[in-house]
Design a protein around this ligand. Structure first.
Ligand SMILES: [Zn+2]
Length: 186
């Protein structure tokens, strides 16, 4: 059976040592072909000078275009994003397009503790899991420990776990059908 392809695309200057770790961890969690694209330039038509931010939905469309026929595409960017609903968003996902964008820069807000880089990385991993969950058809989850919980702040993101709760795991299996997409440990 063909493995689903997940393409990660750095947009602008969203690169760092965390990227390699992320690719490795995604490959461990999903039975999928995880691919890393070369960084693409900022899509300038998506920039709104009045807001000094990029329009997330345009970036999502753009990512879908550049991704070709991969099953899921996730863009990671260092710039700030806004959506139709919100002046500042960390992650925007489009279910039908199977495309998402995450503002990696925003995940560096309010870092704390002795290992701030680790806090940042865990936030990123949770955001990407949630984006993939949504693109696979999972709705938001009311369990505050579940990765699908729609955190309203980074504080809530820090509190939740980086895994799907049993209910979401079941939904995911029902949605994805016979394809063993998530590894059992994931
Ligand atoms: Zn859940």
């Amino acid at each position: 059976m063909r493995r689903p392809r997940i393409l990660i695309v750095p947009v602008g200057k969203a690169v760092g040592p965390w990227l390699e770790r992320l690719m490795g961890q995604l490959a461990e969690a999903f039975i999928a072909q995880i691919e890393l694209a070369k960084p693409i330039p900022y899509p300038l038509p998506a920039f709104n000078p009045a807001r000094k931010r990029f329009f997330a939905h345009l970036i999502i469309d753009y990512l879908r275009e550049v991704a070709g026929n991969v099953d899921f595409v996730v863009g990671l960017t260092d710039v700030e994003l806004y959506s139709v609903h919100c002046n500042s968003v960390i992650c925007e996902t489009h279910f039908q397009a199977r495309s998402a964008v995450i503002s990696v820069g925003r995940l560096r807000d309010f870092l704390f503790g002795e290992k701030p880089e680790e806090v940042f990385y865990q936030r990123l991993y949770k955001e990407i899991l949630r984006a993939l969950g949504h693109m696979m058809g999972l709705p938001p989850c009311s369990n505050p420990h579940c990765v699908m919980y729609p955190s309203l702040s980074l504080y809530e993101t820090d509190l939740k776990s980086s895994s799907f709760c049993p209910e979401c795991l079941l939904k995911l299996r029902l949605r994805v059908g016979p394809l063993p997409f998530l590894r059992e440990s994931g």
